[in-house]
Write a protein that binds this ligand. Structure first.
Ligand code: FES
Length: 145
């Protein structure tokens, strides 16, 4: 992590690129890094913590082996996203931002995946799916588990 900090320290607004780099390398921003980043960047711990918790993309716990994201923005809501949300949460037994007990799947909500014309949209890791029916969601979740 100190190497990441050293790479970005001179940049204006260095905290965000550092946090993105930590996410890329480690998969999450462990709360233990807060005092280190505060010290390295001459910021208060509260400021560093505030940035980490403001942006939902900065996970503070490791993600599951697969990440399933369900779009909850307006266009997808209009074509059935709410049913997908209920189904995914019931099947996986987790709420948004949580990971199944076996570490297989992390469930997240997003607000537009840029796939509005063929919603409802779901993303599994880096792969995007459109016109996801409840049955199609079941198949995606089975593959992810
Ligand atoms: S609203 Fe769901 S992809 Fe844009």
């Amino acid at each position: 992590m100190r190497a990441i900090v050293a790479e970005h320290r001179g940049k204006r607004g260095a905290l965000l690129p550092i946090l993105h780099a930590i996410m890329e390398d480690l998969g999450c921003v462990d709360p233990a890094v807060v005092p280190v980043l505060a010290d390295e960047l001459n910021m208060s711990r509260a400021d560093v913590h505030g940035v980490i918790t403001f942006y939902h993309d900065f996970r503070q716990t490791p993600p599951g082996r697969r990440t399933v994201r369900i779009c909850r923005a307006e266009a997808c809501q209009a074509v059935g996203a709410a049913k997908l949300v209920d189904r995914a949460q019931a099947r996986l037994g987790v709420a948004f931002g949580e990971t199944t007990a076996d570490g297989a799947v992390t469930l997240e909500q997003v607000f537009c995946l840029g796939n509005c014309a063929i919603g409802p949209s779901v993303q599994v890791d880096d792969r995007l799916y459109g016109r996801v029916s409840p049955e199609k969601l079941d198949r995606l979740l089975e593959v992810s588990a």
